[in-house]
Design a protein around this ligand. Structure first.
Ligand code: NAI
Ligand code: MG
Length: 477
């Protein structure tokens, strides 16, 4: 792992394994960082912040980000393969991330020279000027999940570099390889040592040490809402700034007037992409009753036709789940759905034949006969499991779609543009997609309502999460 300029072992000397979830193959062993390593990384980050990095001009930070973007571009195939091998995402999918990764870094590069404060007309007597200065929040602790290791690293390191913060990044224990390679590229791009540090290790040890550390000013977290709540508690000692990108149970609504040739694949991939391991996956599919049976059959057929397997095969469309633990979790929901009275129209059980036995495979599963109250309709499963639920009217479906503790994404499919707009405005969710799903862009904010978290990532607002605002009063009278 990377602390300052050095690639180091954990203070304890302990290591843990990185395995390929498609095959069980051992890929590497990694230092098992813990509180002492986090201490060292925070000290390195603080020293970098107080050293030359605090004097780096916006155009220097911009140039470093642009060099990093170029390096990610040049080395992209390797980064995509690391994610395929380490977290199971099919190479057919991870390969497609180049434009987004490079684009995000170039967007943050642009933002580095676009940070502004304001001058404020005050009403105090005399010639007193007030302006605001935007300052880096300081040392950022970033804790990321395994479902998009490279993308999450970019989304944490990019804004830190743009704003002049220093960062201690803890990858997920199940997918640390691309974050480590990315950190090598950060150094190669000429970012001073200590600005970006990577501590590999487990959540309850290294992650908790970051969340509680008095020398860390802000935590940027992506992961489950349960761990998010724990981070809020742990961060209270020094009242860290927090941004939390948490889970979801996003509603996707198909009206009878929709173009089903677009809505069916759209709704299927909203739930099945990345084997369902997407925070904003559209896992509650509400379908107008007159087309319910038709859509259930077509979505199930679409899912059943997807090629599930080892992501290293370029033909593979859906890879394995990340781990035995996640397989167990998803499989338990398949049982819960059956016990609650839902019907698995396709999928419904783990794949174990032949080569599947070596990995953690669940086929795309479509449940019909789902009722709102069921656990499979309320809880985040994080596997390729789609619950299809009938509805009768617009006002009714809006209320039911919003009856969730989460609020990350929402989708609506209709040819009626007025209805699309009404539903989009009514959804209690941070992103709403009409006649599309999961579109993202570096310039557009992403984040949650309710228990899907707070704070926004990507877009110009993202930088606010990494900045403090200081009001300065100058009595010039
Ligand atoms: P998690 O939220 O526990 O893990 C995410 C990150 O948090 C990892 O780096 C982990 O090491 C760290 N972490 C864990 N416990 C921590 C603690 N006490 N203090 C500080 N950091 C800690 O997610 P996990 O356990 O891998 O997956 C469980 C479920 O969480 C999934 O089934 C899924 O429903 C949800 N999840 C949601 C994600 C999202 O993007 N919405 C991403 C990953 C998981
Ligand atoms: Mg792995």
């Amino acid at each position: 792992m990377l602390i300052g300029a050095d690639w180091v072992e954990a203070a304890s000397g302990r290591r843990f394994e990185a395995r390929n979830p498609a095959t069980g193959t051992l890929l590497a062993t990694l230092p098992e960082g813990d509180a002492e390593d986090v201490d060292r990384a925070v000290a390195a980050a603080r020293a970098a912040l107080d050293g030359s990095w605090s004097k780096a001009k916006p155009d220097e930070r911009q140039a470093a980000l642009l060099r990093l973007a170029d390096l990610v571009d040049t080395n992209y195939d390797e980064l995509a393969w690391l994610d395929t091998l380490d977290m199971g995402g099919p190479i057919s999918r991870t390969r497609l991330g180049r434009k987004r990764m490079v684009g995000l870094l170039r967007f943050y590069a642009g933002q580095a020279t676009a940070l502004t404060g304001e001058t404020i007309e005050n009403s105090v007597p005399g010639a007193v000027l007030t302006f605001t200065a935007r300052e880096p929040v300081g040392v950022v602790g970033a804790i990321i999940p395994w479902n998009a290791p490279l993308g999450m690293s970019v989304l944490k390191v990019g804004p830190a570099l743009a704003t002049g913060c220093a960062i201690v990044l803890k990858p997920a224990e199940d997918a640390s390889l691309s974050p480590l390679r990315f950190a090598e590229l950060v150094l190669e791009a000429g970012v001073p040592p200590g600005v970006v540090n990577v501590v590999t290790g487990f959540g309850r040890t290294a992650g908790a040490a970051i969340a509680a550390h008095p020398g860390i000013d802000k935590v940027a977290f992506t992961g489950s809402h349960v761990t998010g709540q724990e981070i809020v508690r742990l961060s209270a000692a020094n009242l860290k700034r927090l941004s939390l990108e948490l889970g979801g149970k996003s509603a996707n609504i198909v009206f009878a007037d929709a173009d089903l040739d677009a809505a069916v694949p759209g709704a299927a991939m909203a739930a099945f992409a990345n084997s369902g391991q997407v925070c904003s996956a559209g896992t509650r599919l509400f379908v107008e009753r007159s087309i319910y049976d038709d859509v259930v059959a077509r979505v199930a057929a679409f899912g059943a036709a997807l090629k599930v397997g080892d992501g290293a095969d370029p033909q593979t469309q859906l890879g394995p789940l990340i781990s035995a633990r996640q397989l167990e979790r998803v499989a338990s929901y398949l049982d819960i759905g059956a016990a609650e009275g839902a019907h698995a129209v396709s999928g419904g059980a783990r794949l174990t034949d032949g080569a599947y036995a070596k990995g953690f495979y669940v086929p795309p599963t479509v449940f019909s006969g789902v009722e709102d109250r069921m656990r499979i309709a309320q809880e985040e499963i994080f596997g390729p499991v789609l619950c299809v639920i009938p509805f009768d009217g617009e006002a009714e479906v809006i209320a039911r779609a919003n009856a969730s503790m989460f609020g990350l994404g929402a989708g609506v499919w209709t040819r009626d543009v007025g209805r699309a707009l009404r539903v989009a405005r009514a959804m209690k969710a941070g992103s709403v997609w009409a006649n599309c799903y999961q579109l993202m862009d570096p310039a557009v904010s992403f984040g949650g309502y309710r228990m899907s978290g707070y704070g926004r990532e990507s877009g110009a607002r993202h930088l606010d999460e990494y900045l403090s605002t200081k009001s300065v009063w100058i009595n010039a009278g």
